[in-house]
Write a protein that binds this ligand. Sequence first.
Ligand code: NAD
Length: 449
Amino acid sequence: MARGDEPENAVLREVWRDVLRRDPHQEFFHSDVRGVLRSIGPVLVEHPEYTDVVGRLCEPERVIVFRIPWVDDSGRVRVNRGFRVQFNSALGPYKGGTRFAPSVDLDVVKFLGFEQVFKNALTGQDIGGGKGGADVDPKALSAGELMRFCQSFATEMAGHAGAAVDVPAGDMGVGSREIGWIYGQYQRLIGYHEPGAFTGKPAVLGGSALRPEATGYGTVYFTRRMLDDQGRDLDGARVVVSGSGSVALHAMAKVIDSGGTVVGCSDSRGSVSEPDGVDVDLLREIKGQGGSVADYAEKRSGATASQGSPFTLECDVALPCATQNEIGPDEARALVDHGCWAVAEGANGPVTPEAREILREGGVGFGPGKAANAGGVAVSALEMQQAAGRERWSAEDVDAQLSTIMSDAYDRVREAADRYHGDPGDLENGANAAGFLRVAEAMTSLGVV
Ligand SMILES: NC(=O)c1ccc[n+]([C@@H]2O[C@H](COP(=O)([O-])OP(=O)(O)OC[C@H]3O[C@@H](n4cnc5c(N)ncnc54)[C@H](O)[C@@H]3O)[C@@H](O)[C@H]2O)c1
């Protein structure tokens, strides 16, 4: 919302101006707040009692910024910056991932933390929202350096994490190995076992079955419900999945499991088109050895590598699963021109606001990340439950719960879209409205705290 495009509701307008005034340069965060304020106007007409919570909801409860000193393999002392934004704990302990990437700054972490508040609410579980990370490129570090880095990160986080306080998980650049190292240092510092304090741990340390798969699988479960409502399904569909990391590889596997063909993928170095279908096992193997999608394409006669976006390829379904701002106006127009049925965000913020508008006008279904990629955090919350009960659930059990959670989230979003925005297919407004309703009820019940 530019100044001339402010909310009509006087309270929302005031909140928006405060957000801009306090942090004028946080554009990712502004963009997300803008979307939410747009969506909740009609909710406040029905629930004026929730008006008071909006200002508090847009201000994190706590922001922790810290120094991460570590020693590299040559003996040189290096310094990075770490972040944890404890955004909202009305529904439960703060819960959200940890991102290690050079692009991490306070704007990105606040944006992701704000998203997380709504996402977690949509899962129906009792978890608040938070996010953290550090401005480091883990790919540039040796394993020894990365372990020391994780230990330094954990030393600072130890005073802020805890099973009933804040439960970090992984995100880009942070997998189960790194969470194991972070948890190891945390446990050493506190002096006892507290497996519920971190999720996404290796299985041997109490990590949940299916946690690595959960976000990708969940995105596909959500997409299937979207297609169902269009009278379509993934069987026989051509699907582009961007990225080839944790979310993307598992989304690809579930697409193939559902009868679809993955006709394109990418990584930070380029993209690949393969009309006959990407071989996910081979791609995983090559990526696991540090290779790129271009290295993969060299091994496949039907695959073509390029430097362009994978979203200009012809496809029926697009699942952006890499990073933010992958689908801008050009990619959105290509998707509309190719008659794409649906786009669902496996990544956080991969579709820009302008692109979302183009998709909407072009009649392409849109599943916002707040809902579509909630599967990861949902299984993280199941990992917390298993830790609390000292239990281990099977992959089948977790998968069944994940599928139900994603389906329920879809219903919640669709119902709110219909009720407050008069269009059951407007899942973006629906996700914001449904998430807001749950958090606002909890915040109101807690009083002004
Ligand atoms: N891991 C989770 O459980 C989880 C949960 C919810 C949302 N997400 C979101 O999903 C996205 C991916 O997370 P991940 O855990 O798979 O990370 P990851 O580090 O395992 O993989 C990221 C992938 O994106 C690719 N990539 C990075 N920048 C790119 C660019 N500019 N263009 C094309 N490809 C690029 C990388 O090469 C890699 O293949 C992130 O937005 C993350 O916040 C992850």
